[in-house]
Design a protein around this ligand. Structure first.
Ligand code: NAI
Length: 284
């Protein structure tokens, strides 16, 4: 895939990984729309980038109509989008048994429905434009590896990985590649997600523990630089590779996980006539 001249739409592009991706795309000669809910952060990003090929579009990815409007605005100014980065995300660092329905609605709305809205808005446009292209959905290593917390986040990221894999097969005939980005710790502002929690989903929110937020802020300082993640993401697009594992140190943990999964199989007799009766042999 040639990057130069293509138009990209990056959700959550005003900070962290998204901003890294924006910088990398501009360096490759793309035109880029930064879609983000933080309007001040968009303004700061545009100022720092100081590039005539980038624009800002205020967007809450959880809004279906907002997404369609933002897509119209970006395409009117920059031409048809053929590179889509569904990257906006938030985290609530708590366990499922500590969580309320408002917590579920907020995190599912941004992390899962935000990606669904991106795909539902742009996949038909990308197919119709006939330029091929690529969609990158940002999941996380948390789309494979779980601890007790953050349970809702894990749920959304597993779902993003699943939908990305299915989408990969259905968009391949249209020359549109799909990748799922699975980083470990990244230097970003995700610890400050509470600041953008909508009022309407805040009634049952647990009070913000500012000491915990400070600790998370410190931990994220040790994360990988977004520019490194972005470079590895563009490599994967060039190779049309599905999984983007930016942090090689997780390989061993995945190997252990896959070993545990296979070890859960038991030696039951298999249904040998299944394929003949149903016509299904394998899912893939
Ligand atoms: P960040 O907080 O620095 O950047 C996320 C951006 O998304 C922010 O600019 C924020 O304003 C925007 N955003 C949040 N909710 C939005 C909404 N409803 N509509 C539009 N924009 C919205 O965080 P980071 O870390 O760069 O996050 C990007 C993605 O990377 C997320 O999907 C996150 O889950 C994922 N990730 C982050 C990791 C980390 O260690 N920071 C590790 C693995 C995955």
């Amino acid at each position: 895939l040639e990057f130069a001249g293509r138009t990209a739409f990056v959700t959550g592009g005003a900070n962290g990984i998204g901003l890294g991706v924006v910088r990398a795309l501009l360096a490759q000669g793309c035109k880029v729309a930064i879609a983000d809910i933080r309007e001040e952060a968009i303004a700061d990003a545009l100022k720092t980038l100081d590039n005539q090929h980038v624009m800002g579009v205020p967007l809450d990815v959880a809004s279906r109509s907002g997404f369609a409007d933002a897509a119209d605005r970006a395409e009117a100014a920059l031409g048809p989008v053929s590179l889509l980065f569904n990257n906006a995300g938030i985290n609530l660092f708590q366990t499922i048994d500590e969580s309320s329905y408002d917590d579920w609605d907020w995190v599912m709305g941004v992390n899962l429905h935000g990606v669904i809205n991106g795909v539902m808005t742009f996949a038909p446009r990308m197919k119709a434009a006939g330029q091929g292209g690529h969609i990158v959905n940002t999941a996380s290593m948390a789309s494979f590896l779980c601890g007790p917390a953050p349970g809702i986040y894990n749920t959304t990221k597993f779902a993003v990985r699943g939908m990305s894999e299915s989408l990969r097969y259905s968009l391949a005939p249209h020359g549109i590649g799909v990748s799922v980005l699975c980083p470990g710790l990244v230097k970003s502002h995700i610890y400050a997600s509470d600041a953008i929690r909508p009022e309407a989903l805040s009634a049952t929110a647990r009070p913000v523990d500012s000491a915990a937020v400070d600790r998370l802020a410190q931990i994220h300082q040790f994360g990988m630089e977004p520019d490194v993640i972005a470079a590895r993401t563009l490599d994967a697009i060039r190779e049309n590779r599905f999984h983007i594992f930016s942090h090689p140190e997780f390989r061993d943990e995945l190997e252990t996980l896959f070993g545990e999964i296979l070890a859960d199989f038991r030696d039951y007799p298999s249904d040998s006539g299944f394929a003949e009766r149903t016509g299904f042999e394998k899912i893939r």
